[in-house]
Design a protein around this ligand. Structure first.
Ligand code: HEC
Length: 203
């Protein structure tokens, strides 16, 4: 009789292991999704600070291809050359042709080369809009101190690059309206895969 009770005990214990445990696991699986169905947390986490208009203005830098967002200001080729020598030449070279072994690269030249055997991608050969140069230089250049150039310096240095690329004249002044009027050499060089279109469709 004793042996019978012992066997019963072993049988019950084994059944708990084989049936009991999976049903516990199943119960957990049933419970878990309810955590996600609960209404989301609506309180405050107490992180960060409110963004004031000054901070937003510093971050709200984007200039669109059609000139929306261009900062107020103006610059000349003459003035831009000084900005270039001080802030850009160490990486892009005194003559804007880049420096061997330095990752700045050339900023002009290569016009018409992109579809050929030795494509040279520069502002002159590649960029479809001059307006986005302001955007790019303002947010990314010089790489060790991006965002450091004021609007007049930005217009000046961009004027200097465009002048060296033979895109504007030595006496041209760059400001929001002249900038929008610049016709870049590769303006019509972009394709949407169905033939050449007038740059890409940015609107
Ligand atoms: C410390 C080095 C450094 C300095 C200083 C620097 N650049 Fe650059 N620049 C780079 C690098 C590196 C790239 C390539 C970035 C990339 O490919 O993502 C670049 C890319 C560019 C491009 C894009 C070129 C292209 O054909 O697409 C422009 C335009 C440019 N720089 C302008 C400037 C101007 C203007 C200044 C000065 C205000 C400047 N850079 C200063 C390193 C520098």
């Amino acid at each position: 009789m004793k042996i019978f009770f012992r066997l019963c005990f072993v049988f019950v214990a084994l059944s708990m292991l084989t049936i009991g445990l999976p049903s516990v696991a199943k119960a957990q699986i049933r419970v878990a999704p309810q955590l996600f169905l609960d209404p989301p947390y609506t309180g405050r986490y107490g992180l960060g600070t409110d963004a004031d208009p000054d901070l937003i203005a510093k971050l709200d830098l984007d200039v669109m291809a059609d000139g929306r967002g261009l900062p107020r200001g103006s610059g000349t080729v003459f003035g831009g050359e000084f900005v270039y020598r001080e802030h850009c030449a160490q990486c892009h070279g005194d003559d804007l042709r880049g420096i061997e072994g330095v990752r700045g690269g050339p900023l002009f030249g290569g016009r018409g080369s992109l579809a050929g055997p030795a494509p040279l991608k520069t502002v002159e050969s590649f960029w479809p809009f001059a307006t986005t140069l302001i955007d790019y230089v303002r947010r990314a250049m010089p790489t060790e101190n991006p965002g450091s150039l004021g609007p007049n310096d930005l217009y000046g240095v961009v004027a200097f690059i465009l002048y060296r690329g033979g895109i504007i004249g030595a006496d041209d002044v760059m400001n929001p309206s002249t900038m929008q009027a610049v016709e870049m050499p590769n303006r019509r060089g972009f394709s949407n895969g169905r033939g050449t279109v007038e740059a890409f469709n940015w609107r």
